[in-house]
Design a protein around this ligand. Structure first.
Ligand SMILES: Nc1ncnc2c1ncn2[C@@H]1O[C@H](COP(=O)(O)OP(=O)(O)OP(=O)(O)O)[C@@H](O)[C@H]1O
Ligand SMILES: [Mg+2]
Length: 404
C-alpha cells in the first residue's frame, strides 16, 4: 500500500490545529481522542465519508522532551517501517501501514488504519489468561526475532551498554533534576525499607561491574521495533497481531532491549499507568525515606507471567538462535529491564494525556515520574548487590524482591 506524503505551510501552536487542518484535507470526522499512549504524541480516532476508521497521530515539536518523544524520532518511524518492509518483508507485513504522512515545519502527522484490538497484556488482566498471553507472545517473539532482528546482524560497538542501556538514563537526569531537585540531590535514600545508592552514583560503578563478566551483546540485529511495549502490539480478535509505533531508529539494535521492554511493561509500566502509585516520604536525618507501591496490588496474571517470563523465553527457538554464544543475555535482560524502569521516569514528564489511578484520581506526571525513579532505584540497587556477590544472577529473586 503506497502512503501519501505531503507538506503543509502551517506553523502549529497545538496538535488541535494540525488535527483540524488534516481532517479538513482528508474529509475526516473526528470520533474521539485515544488516551492509551504514553508519549508526547496525541492520537485521535477518525472516520472518512465511507465509514472507514483511522488513527490520526500528531506530534508538535516541544523543547525539553526526552529523546524518543521528540519530533525527529517521530519522523524517523516512517523511515524505520519502510526499511523493515524492505529488509524484513515478513515482519513488515505485521506493521500497520502509515497511509498518510503529513509534515509541517514544527509538527508531523501519521495516519494508520484503525485496528480493532486489545493490548498485548490484556489476557493477563482476566482470570487464567496466562496461557493465551504466552501463546500470543510465542508468535510475537518468533516474528520479531526470526523474521525481524535476525535478518541482518552486526557486531556491537564496544560502548554499547554504556551508550544505549546505561547512558540513556544518565543523559535524562537533568530533566528529573528540574522536576524533583530534592529527590535527585540525595546520594542515598531508603526506599520501602531498603537502603539505596542514588542511580547517578551507582550506575557508573555498575558499568564497571557489568564489564566483568562482559554483559555486552555478542551481536546486534536489524532494529525490528525498539519500543515493543505491550500497547504497541495490537492483538486482534483471533491470534493475529499488528505492530505500531517503533522506536524511530535504523541503527543495529539488541533484541534483548525489546524483550526487556515486555517484561518492564508487566512489572511496572502498565500497572503504574493503570493503577497509579501511592508514594509517602519522610526523612531519617539527612537520608530521604520513601514508601512506594501501586494503589492496588499487581494483577495476579502479571505476577505469574513475570515469574515465567525468562524460563519461557529460554525455550523459544527464535531466542535460542539469536542468543547463540551470548552467555549473558539473561543478565543483560535484567539490567536492561531495570534501566527501562529508570529511563521511563523522565518520559512520564512529557506525556500529554491524562492518566488515572485505581482511586479514580488523576495521576500527575510528577507522581508517576517519581514512582518510576524510586522503583528503578530499588531494582538497580538489588542488581548491583547480586553482581557484587559474583554469583550467577537470580532472576526470580531480582524480580520478586520489591514485592509489588
Ligand atoms: N491504528 C491503530 N489502531 C488501533 N489502535 C491504535 C492505532 N494507533 C494507535 N492506537 C492506540 O493508541 C495508542 C497510542 O498510540 P501510539 O502507540 O502510536 O502512541 P504513543 O503515545 O507514541 O505510545 P507510546 O506510549 O508507545 O510511546 C496505542 O497504544 C493504541 O492503543
Ligand atoms: Mg505507542
Amino acid at each position: 500500500m503506497n502512503k501519501k506524503s505531503w507538506r503543509e505551510d502551517l506553523f502549529a501552536g497545538s496538535e488541535l490545529e494540525v488535527l483540524e487542518l488534516v481532517c479538513e484535507r482528508l474529509k475526516f470526522e473526528v470520533i474521539e481522542e485515544i488516551l492509551e499512549g504514553g508519549s508526547a504524541a496525541r492520537v485521535w480516532l477518525a472516520n472518512d465519508s465511507a465509514g472507514d476508521r483511522f488513527a490520526v497521530k500528531i506530534v508538535v515539536a516541544t523543547p525539553g522532551v526526552v529523546d524518543g518523544h521528540d519530533i525527529d524520532s517521530f519522523r524517523l518511524k516512517v523511515t524505520q517501517i519502510d526499511s523493515i518492509r524492505t529488509k524484513a518483508p515478513k515482519l513488515g507485513e505485521t506493521y500497520l501501514p502509515i497511509l498518510y504522512n503529513v509534515e509541517g515545519e514544527n509538527w508531523a502527522c501519521q495516519i494508520t488504519p484503525y485496528f480493532e484490538s486489545t493490548d498485548q497484556a490484556a489476557p493477563l488482566r482476566q482470570p487464567g489468561g496466562e496461557d493465551v498471553f504466552f501463546r500470543n507472545y510465542a508468535r510475537f517473539v518468533d516474528d520479531l526475532l526470526v523474521k525481524g532482528y535476525g535478518v541482518e546482524t552486526a557486531a556491537p560497538p564496544p560502548d554499547y551498554l554504556e551508550r544505549i542501556v546505561i547512558g540513556r538514563f544518565l543523559r535524562r537526569i537533568p530533566m528529573l533534576e528540574s522536576a524533583f531537585p530534592e529527590a535527585l540531590a540525595a546520594d542515598n535514600m531508603v526506599i520501602n525499607g531498603h537502603f539505596c545508592i542514588a542511580p547517578k552514583i551507582l550506575l557508573p560503578h555498575l558499568l564497571r561491574q557489568t564489564a566483568h563478566p562482559d554483559m555486552s551483546p555478542v551481536r546486534l540485529g536489524l532494529c525490528a521495533h525498539g519500543d515493543a511495549n505491550t500497547r504497541n502490539v495490537l492483538c486482534g480478535i483471533e491470534t493475529e497481531f499488528r505492530l505500531i509505533d517503533p522506536r524511530g531508529s535504523t541503527e543495529f539494535w539488541d533484541p534483548v532491549y525489546d524483550l526487556a521492554k515486555s517484561l518492564f511493561c508487566l512489572t511496572v509500566w502498565d500497572p503504574a499507568l493503570r493503577l497509579g502509585f501511592n508514594i509517602c516520604s519522610s526523612a531519617r536525618g539527612e537520608t530521604p525515606d520513601y514508601a512506594v507501591s501501586f494503589q492496588r496490588p499487581l494483577y495476579a496474571g502479571y505476577k505469574r507471567a513475570i515469574e515465567e517470563f525468562l524460563p519461557f523465553l529460554a525455550q523459544q527457538a527464535g531466542v535460542q538462535e539469536m542468543m547463540q554464544g551470548d552467555a549473558c543475555w539473561k543478565s543483560r535482560l535484567l539490567l536492561t529491564h531495570d534501566l527501562h524502569v529508570l529511563a521511563e521516569a523522565p518520559c512520564r514528564l512529557s506525556d500529554r494525556k491524562p492518566k488515572f489511578g485505581a482511586d479514580g484520581a488523576l495521576s500527575t506526571p510528577e507522581d508517576l515520574a517519581l514512582g518510576f525513579y524510586l522503583l528503578g532505584t530499588l531494582f538497580i540497587n538489588e542488581l548491583a548487590r547480586q553482581l557484587e556477590s559474583g554469583d550467577e544472577l537470580d532472576a526470580v529473586r531480582h524480580l520478586s524482591f520489591i514485592g509489588l
